[in-house]
Write a protein that binds this ligand. Structure first.
Ligand code: AMP
Ligand code: ZN
Length: 479
């Protein structure tokens, strides 16, 4: 859907975990939508359960763009917490050296899954001063205290709103009970660590603070980075459902406790990816990394298709049959778009969308704008494929109609991100994979990552595309 730049964004509604029902999305600043996404804990390769969360968030950002918003997404990298410190100690390498390969792998995996890059990926270790400043504000507001060992805790009983996101019943809370770990269950609700005093298990991971040497708790990291990049109040905060408690509850408490303002207007959480009915997780050992699956011969877009083909609030069961089915479905869409390109070869510059196709656009948009119903949006796309194939077969689709339907498929794919347009489109657009690499290269150049820019150029050459850098950016030509 090509939007006129001044048109208001289309109405979109989302299920807001804070109020437990769907709400029309209203952004704080007109066309801008500001989103914070809890990113990976870089102590290992992310598994595809994690990527269910990141693809859901990608669909959210893409949908907002498609609806006419300008999206500002921030995704943090948790590179200091209980798990990363434990991992680096076990591996016998400094923390940064331990986490860096997992950061690099994460970015490579995002590209493989055609997940659009966030605007910023702040790392926790680069924001310790902001975390310290935030803890000082909590002290000033009577919400933080020292424990005997020099750690600093958040005083849950001093914030009446505590529990409002996870809907906790705090009547049984034992006041003064404390929990030092980053992750814990609802049964352990209690004062949680904002700053952990150094102990031998931290090795050389420590920062100076007004409370002595130590390191931040996990939750304060996201409060500090979210507010630094998006302001004290922003639109959306997302994560997997396991982030809801304690992580998001604690983030909310710290942020609102410090500022006295609402932290986030809409909280969105995706359900888990499962294997045989159980959450896919590192601790259960029932996980696949993206690399495992690529090594089995599956393509990134096939896995992306599997991950988006379920409503994000419903658990999704991972099976190899689903990946096989994704391959078949994608081949059907690719073939359709190629047939359209062929039929559109003599199209005039003014493509005309037939009425029957416009009806599917309405179905697609309605499904997507109603809390990101991707399965229904895909059903609309397949109905379009079916009817379009029939029209092509009966040669009743004129070239201008074929060009318009192909542009519609490309438009749907701005959100879905799965179609492989085998050749340049009727309107000269690049194949999706090529466009994705060119965009990644643009970002690499912008951030002066020349080695990555060169690597992407080589990858484009392998795909048969030459890229040249000029005054107006990159020029791409089929070799
Ligand atoms: P972590 O690296 O453990 O902090 O998790 C990164 C993201 O993945 C968080 O948003 C988690 O909620 C999410 N996540 C973890 N396991 C799953 C799963 N099996 N299905 C969906 N999301 C998950
Ligand atoms: Zn977080």
């Amino acid at each position: 859907m090509t939007k006129h730049p001044t048109a208001a964004p289309a109405p979109v509604q989302f299920y807001n975990t804070l109020v437990r029902h769907k709400e029309i999305f209203r952004s704080l600043a007109g066309r801008q939508a500001r989103i914070y996404t809890c990113g990976p804990t870089v102590y290992n390769f992310a598994h595809i359960g994690n990527f269910r969360a990141y693809t859901f968030e990608d669909i959210l950002c893409r949908t907002l763009r498609y609806a006419g918003y300008e999206v500002q997404q921030v995704m943090n990298l948790t590179d200091v917490d209980d798990k990363t410190i434990r991992g680096s100690r076990q591996a016998g390498v400094p923390l940064k050296a331990f986490t860096q390969p997992f950061v690099d792998a994460f970015f490579a995996d995002l590209r493989t899954l055609n997940i659009e890059p966030a605007a910023v990926y702040p790392a926790a270790t680069d924001h310790v001063p902001e975390m310290i400043a935030l803890i000082q504000r909590l002290f000033a507001n009577g919400l933080a205290y020292h424990s005997e060992d020099g750690s600093v805790y958040f005083k849950v009983a001093a914030l009446p709103a505590y529990g409002k996101l996870a809907h906790l019943d705090l009547s049984s809370l034992r006041t003064g009970a404390r929990v030092a770990q980053d992750e814990y269950e609802k049964e352990s609700v209690g004062d949680f660590a904002l700053w952990k005093a150094w102990d031998a298990s931290d090795g050389d991971v420590a920062w100076d603070s007004p409370w002595g040497r130590g390191r931040p708790g996990w939750h304060i990291e996201c409060s500090a980075m979210g507010m630094k990049y998006l302001g004290e109040t922003f639109d959306l905060h997302t994560g997997g459902i396991d982030n809801l408690f304690p992580h998001h509850e604690n983030e909310l408490a710290q942020s609102e406790g410090a500022t006295g303002k609402p932290f986030v207007n809409y909280w969105m959480h995706c359900a888990h990816l499962r294997v045989n009915g159980e959450k896919m997780s590192k601790s259960l050992g029932n996980f696949f990394t993206l690399r495992d699956l690529l090594a089995k011969g599956y393509a990134g877009r096939e896995l992306r298709y599997v991950l988006i083909n379920g409503h994000y609030r419903q658990p999704l069961n991972f099976t190899f049959e689903a990946v096989e089915a994704a391959r078949t479905s994608l081949a059907r869409i690719d073939e359709f778009s190629d047939r359209l390109a062929e039929a559109a070869r003599t199209a005039t510059p003014a493509p005309e969308l037939p009425e029957w196709a416009a009806a599917y656009r309405n179905l697609f948009n309605t499904a997507l704008f109603d809390d990101l119903n991707v399965p229904e949006a895909l059903a609309a796309l397949f109905a379009l494929v079916r009817e379009g194939n029939t029209a092509l077969q009966a040669t009743v689709l004129p070239p201008s109609g074929a060009a318009a339907v192909r542009a519609l498929v490309a438009d749907f794919d701005r959100v879905l991100g799965v179609v492989s347009f085998g050749r340049r489109g009727a309107n000269g657009e690049l194949p999706a994979k090529v466009a994705q690499l060119v965009e990644a290269r643009r970002i690499a150049r912008q951030t002066k990552n020349w080695a990555e820019a060169d690597r992407l150029r080589d990858e484009l050459v392998r795909l048969g595309w030459e890229v040249r850098d000029g005054k107006d950016g990159q020029k791409v030509k089929k070799l």
